[in-house]
Write a protein that binds this ligand. Structure first.
Ligand code: UT7
Length: 335
């Protein structure tokens, strides 16, 4: 039995910075409301002529591959987590295989929204543990900005989300005291519609129905979020899934060297930090800069924390996520 270890990390965000003041020019909102409720100061939006979910994922992956010290030909499998794929099908995994010029390795797409990256590394971990694959490229990438309602009607959702990508290489590790110790995945589909984008989908409204109606007041094209309900569930599930991971490895809260929470809302991260009595050095947040980048949020934050020397060999690193589905997940890593 092997372990899997993160051997390379990278991220890419578009150059285009959109501040809260920029948003207040196109809808009724203001910097004070956004910062007070979410902690967000600015986010990135893609230049659509330059970037897609896949192209950002490829750019993040190139950095991660180089840092892992492997060649593209060493990659045995691709896992791509996103809720904003370039095409309805095929998913972006195969586009990465093509655009990076990988061998004809398998490419899997994961649709678990904010928990997508943790689900993706959990899958990668299983393939490596069993010995089937040696090096797996895991990507989380999102283009939110093309799909949001930037009128006052959509302000409760559109101010929160940002575009970006993060990537990790998971590699075989022979020392089973190191690497990913365990992952913990959950879902509760009874709340599927509390944070969702309903159309286009084969369930209720497909593209042809939308074209036929062409109703400008139809809100089902835009993500819907019951913000307060999601918030209340998030703080409970974050705490639960972190404790579940620690207990599975006989660890205490005091063993956490670095917690990387999914960047949904700075107030959620602060609530968890306070609950677990962690110091500012033990929790990494960057939502102020990028907003909520969904599947990309954890790999971007993890890469930044690592680049800044905040994660060292031997550290216990905890990843935790909660989001649409509802789904939630954690990963306990010995760096
Ligand atoms: O990543 C996946 C998981 N997602 C989350 O975990 C998000 C969890 N939820 C949240 O972070 C918060 O609920 C939000 C940040 C989304 C919203 O904050 P809130 O404190 O729950 O605000 P609210 O939706 O209850 O709205 C309060 C007021 C409303 O006005 P009234 O009805 O009190 O007059 C809204 O219309 O704020 C108004 N409002 C805004 N005002 C200015 C809503 N959005 C905005 C806005 N600018 N952008």
């Amino acid at each position: 039995m092997y372990h899997s270890k993160i051997t390379g990390l990278g991220y890419y965000v578009p150059d285009n910075v959109v501040t809260n003041d920029d948003l207040s020019k196109i809808m009724e909102t203001n910097d004070e409301w956004i910062q007070e409720r979410t902690g967000i100061k600015r986010r990135r939006h893609v230049n659509t002529a330059e970037d897609t979910t896949t192209s950002m994922g490829v750019k993040a992956a190139e950095v991660a591959i180089q840092r892992a010290g492997i060649s593209k030909d060493d990659i045995d499998f691709v896992i791509f987590a996103t809720l904003s794929p370039d095409y309805y099908f095929p998913g972006p995994g195969v586009l990465v295989q093509r655009d990076l010029g990988l061998k004809t390795v398998g490419a899997l797409d994961v649709r678990n929204q904010c928990s997508g990256f943790v689900y993706a590394i959990s899958i990668a971990d299983q393939y490596i543990k069993t010995g089937m694959y040696k090096n797996i490229l895991v990507i989380g990438s999102e283009v939110h900005s093309r799909g949001l309602d930037f009128t006052t009607r959509g302000r409760g959702v559109s101010v929160i989300f940002g575009d970006g990508a993060g990537a990790a290489i998971l590699s075989r590790e022979e020392d089973t005291t190191k690497g990913i110790l365990s992952t913990h995945l959950h879902s509760e589909g009874q709340y599927a519609e509390e944070l969702a984008l309903i159309a286009p989908g084969m369930g209720k409204r497909w593209v042809l129905d939308i074209l036929k109606d062409n109703d400008p007041n139809d809100e089902s094209y835009y993500p819907y979020m019951n913000g307060q309900f999601v918030f209340k569930n998030a703080v409970v599930r974050f705490s639960e899934v972190i404790m579940e991971g620690l207990q599975a490895n006989n660890l205490q809260v005091s063993d956490i060297d670095m917690l990387i929470p999914h960047q949904a809302n700075l107030r959620i991260s602060q609530f968890i930090q306070q609950k677990f009595q962690l110091t500012d050095d033990q929790v990494y947040n960057n939502i102020m800069e990028y907003g909520n980048t969904t599947a990309a949020s954890i790999p971007i934050a993890l890469t930044e924390a690592w680049e800044q020397g905040k994660i060292k060999e031997g550290d216990t690193v905890v990843l935790a996520a909660f989001g649409s589905g509802f789904t939630w997940a954690s990963a306990i890593i010995k760096w």
